[in-house]
Design a protein around this ligand. Structure first.
Ligand code: FE2
Length: 265
């Protein structure tokens, strides 16, 4: 067994600029860091709101193994049926949506080299839709993962820093990493918690930063000033790639390091 495994987790891919920088940066990052597994949050890939089946395929074709999501996953209607059609489960929706909702929030699979891994997608409830408890859902789903699967990655898609921090501590020692997504602003608090779980409050967006969380800033400001709905367009400038590389012991699943990886145009 190799000494450590490396998992690259890419933050919320936002619109065409986000997709473009992933496509252009990934080959070099792969050459430099040789990750064993690449994961990403893709819920804003389609012009900032949702993801289409075509874009799921496009992102998976770049070498991403599993896409996680969040509250915007249902924005494009065609994704609802596609979630069921794509039976291999490589597009996840948050696990704590009601049971009858299409799709799944847990993926268990193997890398091409044969390394078993699991990806769990959760969504917070503070300042977000009132879905089921992500803490209890995490307990229930982690209990279903076979013991042999040591590499366990969690995307906690949530607005509140406190809820993500609490989840990190709650899962410490039970998963390889918990990364936060959704706020589109990277945090500088990456850490390996005492029991071996790598943690970061938010990966940050992979998209245009001369914006208000990805949207053209002038329209966002006008909306805050007037409270009248605006047509939101994807911003175009200051495009950044935000991710973390987690290194872990494949025998135990414990993280040994977490490092932020940022690229800019
Ligand atoms: Fe979100």
């Amino acid at each position: 067994m190799q000494a450590t495994v490396k998992i690259l987790y890419i933050g919320d891919i936002f619109g065409r600029p986000g997709r473009r920088i992933v496509k252009e940066s990934l080959p070099e990052i792969v050459r430099e860091h040789a990750p064993d597994l690449i994961l990403a949050n893709g819920e804003n890939a389609a012009a900032g709101f949702g993801i289409t089946p075509g874009l799921v395929e496009e992102l998976l074709d770049l070498g991403i193994s599993v896409l996680t999501s969040g509250n915007h996953i249902w924005d494009k209607k065609e994704i609802v049926s596609y979630m069921t059609e794509r039976a291999d489960g490589r597009l996840l929706r948050p696990a704590n949506y009601p049971e009858h909702v299409p799709g799944r929030g847990l993926y268990v699979g193997k890398t091409r080299a044969g390394l078993e891994y699991a990806v769990l997608n959760l969504q917070g409830r503070v300042f977000m839709p009132a879905i089921d408890c992500p803490f209890q859902k995490a307990d229930a789903l982690l209990a279903t993962i076979p013991d042999s699967v040591k590499i366990r990655m969690v995307d906690m898609h949530a607005e509140a820093t406190s809820e993500k921090s609490a989840m990190g501590w709650y899962l410490d020692g039970r998963v390889t990493a918990m990364v936060g997504t959704h706020t589109h602003i990277p945090t500088a608090d990456e850490v390996v918690l005492p029991q071996g779980t790598a943690y970061i409050t938010d990966l940050g967006m992979t998209g245009p930063y001369e914006s208000v969380i990805g949207i053209e800033k002038d329209a966002a400001i006008r909306k805050f000033l007037s409270q009248i709905p605006e047509r939101f367009e994807v911003a175009k400038k200051d495009i950044r790639f935000c991710a973390v590389m987690v290194e872990a012991d494949p025998a135990t699943g414990r993280a040994v390091s977490i490092e932020r990886i940022v690229r800019k145009y």
